[in-house]
Design a binder for this molecule. Structure first.
Ligand code: C2O
Ligand code: CU
Ligand code: CU
Length: 503
């Protein structure tokens, strides 16, 4: 697989630097689709049925053909379609089941990124779904309203599966979000925006660089929900964009050249109050919900600005100098009124809150090129054992001048500090993934409730998917206090309580 590539990380960078700056693969200075003439594709809301009180969704991973460019057939993968997947939506307190069928020619898995759920339902590398099989995870939604997402997580092949198109959104609602003064008419004034960059070769096929060069594949084509040069008609004074960086490697710095936006939610849900921003930086896997104000008849474009990646080496080779238009917003001549963004905290807020004083354990994680704490991912090794109910501080630091995006399964964390300073307001809300500026220490506060299982681990990893695939991942189990770690299931055979059947 890709891991056979001899050049990794700094070595390949040094080679690139020596080769001069002229021809860095994937490095572009500015790419603007001249025309934004394609209506933004809105992923349909997934249908569901209720069986014995459980909301049941179905998703089928399949291959297909997508016309990103008119008349050019690109081979892609998608859920229930040729590219990306439908938007799943459920409310706090609901029990859900997702029937995941794999119609691909190779194993995959589907992970519910940002979801608090039992490890055997998590869809990580231990819950692979064989070709032709159906996997039926079930769990209760028990966390605040948020913009989550789902994507494959097969060991060593996540980058390719996501890049080909397997990803979708999973929206959660709760009482507070339903009652909020926020745009919430899906696809109208509440718009999913999955931002991805691609390389399309001369034949219009998706190209993934396989030479192991940092930081993975940086594309010169940007698509939104699979639409290149997309526009969205706006019919209200305010529009809510649910931004997801669904790229494999690129960090975007998203905003508008001519206006500020109100950030209302991060990965795990609503902030305490809106934060006015020029732009928001999103590393692979991160989400942000922003409210944009429009005047009647005007047009503006969501833009990806040159990114501030912190102290990375050869920033232009990491895509820092690239700039893209992403999505055009076209306001109608008359706009329906939208309220000023406002919301009350949920009835569960006190229970959900994290308190630094409760933290009894501090763990440290040092990320280098492809390893965490000097170790490469091993599916048979449990790296961390966490007591159920405990609050912990994870101190995470990238010790190489490379970009990394740190993600923890099962929990939403709060960033206590970055190099000792409090986080900026856009990083003060609930998070499950965070861009790590090199050589800075991020202190993350999290609590591990429910769902003990000494044998089936959750993952923590870099969400730059080449890094993840090449080993920058570790495993933790949540156990009854005092219990010891067990033995992870062997690859591809799910957890003790997963059910695989052929259809
Ligand atoms: Cu979005 Cu472990 O992944
Ligand atoms: Cu995840
Ligand atoms: Cu990384």
């Amino acid at each position: 697989m890709r891991r056979t590539a001899a050049l990794t990380g700094l070595a390949s960078l040094a080679a690139l630097a020596l080769a001069g700056c002229a021809l860095i693969p994937g490095s572009v200075t500015s790419v603007d689709e001249p025309e934004f003439t394609n209506e933004l594709a809105i992923p349909p809301l997934a249908p569901s049925r209720v069986v014995d009180g459980t909301r049941v969704f179905s998703l089928t991973a399949q291959d297909g053909v997508t016309e990103f460019r008119p008349g050019v057939e690109t081979e892609t993968w998608g859920f229930d379609g040729s590219y990306l997947g439908p938007t799943l939506r459920a409310g706090r307190g609901e029990r859900v089941t997702v029937e995941v069928t794999n119609d691909l020619g190779e194993p995959t898995s589907v992970h519910w990124h940002g979801m608090h759920l039992p490890p055997a339902m998590d869809g990580g590398p231990h819950q692979e779904v064989e070709p032709g099989a159906t996997w039926r995870p079930t769990w209760e939604i028990d966390q605040p309203a948020a913009t989550l997402w789902y994507h494959p997580h097969p060991h060593g092949a996540t980058e390719e599966h996501v890049y080909r198109g397997l990803a979708g959104m999973f929206l959660l609602d709760d009482d507070a979000s339903r009652a909020a003064d926020l745009p919430q008419n899906y696809g109208v004034d509440d718009v999913p925006v999955i931002v991805q960059d691609k390389v399309l070769d001369e034949d219009g096929q998706l190209e993934l660089s396989d030479d192991g060069s940092e930081p993975g594949t940086l594309g010169d084509v940007v698509m939104t929900n699979g639409t290149i040069g997309a526009y969205q008609e706006v019919t209200t004074e305010r529009v809510r964009l649910r931004l997801l960086n669904g790229s494999t490697a690129r960090t975007f710095q998203l905003g508008f050249p001519d206006r500020e936006m109100d950030l209302v939610a991060t990965d795990g849900g609503l902030l305490d109050a809106p934060v006015r921003l020029d732009h928001v930086r999103l590393a692979p896997g991160e989400r942000a919900e922003v409210i944009v104000r429009m005047q009647p008849g005007e047009t503006t474009r969501l833009h990806s600005f040159e990114a501030d990646l912190g102290g990375v080496v050869v920033p232009f080779a990491m895509g820092a100098n690239d700039a893209f238009d992403v999505l055009e917003l076209r306001a109608a001549d008359e706009l329906a009124p939208s309220p000023e963004p406002a919301w009350q905290s949920s009835a569960h807020a006190a229970r959900d809150a994290l308190h630094e004083d409760d933290a009894a354990v501090t763990r440290t994680f040092e990320l280098d090129d492809r390893k965490i704490n000097g170790r490469s991912m091993d599916m048979g090794r449990i790296d961390e054992v966490v007591d159920e109910g405990s609050t912990e501080i994870w101190e995470v630091r990238s010790i190489v001048p490379m970009p990394h995006s740190f993600h923890v399964h099962d929990v939403q964390f709060r960033i206590l500090s970055i190099d000792g300073d409090g986080p900026p307001p856009e990083l003060a809300g609930p998070k499950d993934t965070v861009y790590l500026e090199p050589n800075r220490t991020y202190r993350l506060l999290m609590r591990f409730d429910d769902y003990t299982n000494p044998d089936v681990p959750y993952m923590f990893h870099c969400h730059m998917l080449l890094h993840e695939d090449e080993g920058m991942m570790g495993q933790f189990v949540v156990v009854e206090p005092g219990q010891e770690a067990g033995t992870p299931p062997s690859r591809g055979h799910g957890g003790a309580d997963t059910h695989q059947g052929h259809h």
